[in-house]
Design a protein around this ligand. Structure first.
Ligand SMILES: Nc1ncnc2c1ncn2[C@@H]1O[C@H](COP(=O)(O)OP(=O)(O)OP(=O)(O)O)[C@@H](O)[C@H]1O
Ligand SMILES: [Mg+2]
Length: 261
């Protein structure tokens, strides 16, 4: 048995003392694409941020290993250098830093000193990947995400993914706000990454995305943990029924937001 790329066991995450992720388990092996679906506010983005090491998210219980190493012991930059990548639901804008400069710095930060990517090679690779993603040349010289439309930001996250070639990518709602053509382009980028050395966790609300990127497994997250796992047919069922059918089947009660006496 080879070591799983990512193994999450009984993970609990709290924000400002409130527990959001409550006993999450997941194992992703190289070459696998997993999808996590679930209602709003159920802790999907919290899970993603906690895995990247965002300081606001406190791990109160559980373990996470990345290629057999304790991920939770690693600093944020170490996690990125080890090959973990997060495409965020709301990518931030960075004024004054061009997209190309940002990418080159990020690539070099993951390489040993003295082994920086040669400029010409970088430019050639960037051109090629931008071409795959139907991105105009001007996006290389624009400030990172500044003034990008919602869809352009998402496409740019995939450009980062393709340039950085991580071992495991977490894509948080990479499909939200995309028109049909952009969705296909984004899917093409992810599919091009598919290899035995690449694992992927896709967080999405829509089965539509999974028509283009075929997941090996689909998981439903509710109230901070996975309540059901299956194949692509599970996503189809949710698309048809919403979450109510599953809640009934599993005997999950709605959480009360305000408990008044
Ligand atoms: N920084 C924060 N401060 C306070 N509460 C937070 C913070 N981040 C998340 N939460 C709360 O944690 C819960 C889970 O949020 P999260 O963003 O993880 O949900 P989600 O499953 O990604 O939802 P969506 O599908 O809407 O993106 C929500 O109730 C949210 O308000
Ligand atoms: Mg979210």
């Amino acid at each position: 048995m080879s070591t799983p790329t990512l193994k999450i066991e009984n993970l609990h995450v709290a924000i400002e003392g409130k527990e959001i992720v409550k006993g999450f388990n997941l194992e992703i092996n190289g070459g696998e694409i997993h999808a996590v679906m679930g209602p709003n506010g159920t802790g999907k983005s919290t899970l993603a941020s906690a895995l990247m090491g965002h300081p606001k998210y406190e791990i109160t219980e559980g373990t996470v290993t990345f290629e057999g190493q304790d991920l939770l012991e690693m600093e944020v930059d170490e996690r990125a250098r080890a090959g973990l990548f997060l495409a965020m639901q709301y990518p931030s804008e960075i004024s004054g830093v061009t997209n190309a400069d940002f990418l080159r710095t990020a690539i070099n930060a993951r390489r040993e000193e003295g082994d920086e990517i040669p400029l010409m090679k970088f430019i050639k690779t960037l051109d090629k990947k931008m071409d795959t993603l139907d991105m105009g040349e001007e996006f290389a010289q624009r400030y990172l995400n500044e003034g990008f439309s919602g869809g352009e930001k998402k496409r740019n996250e995939i450009l980062q993914l393709m340039m950085l070639e991580p071992k495991l990518a977490i894509l948080d709602e990479i499909d939200s706000g995309l028109d049909i053509d952009a969705l296909k382009v984004v899917a093409k980028g992810v599919n091009e990454m598919r290899s035995p050395n690449f694992g992927c966790l896709i967080i999405t609300h829509y089965q539509r995305m999974l028509n283009y990127i075929k997941p090996d497994k689909v998981h439903v997250m509710m109230q901070g943990r996975i309540v059901k796992s299956g194949g692509p047919e599970l996503a189809e069922r949710l698309e048809a029924e919403g979450y109510d059918g599953l809640k009934k089947e599993l005997g999950i009660e709605d959480e009360t937001v305000n408990q008044e006496a």
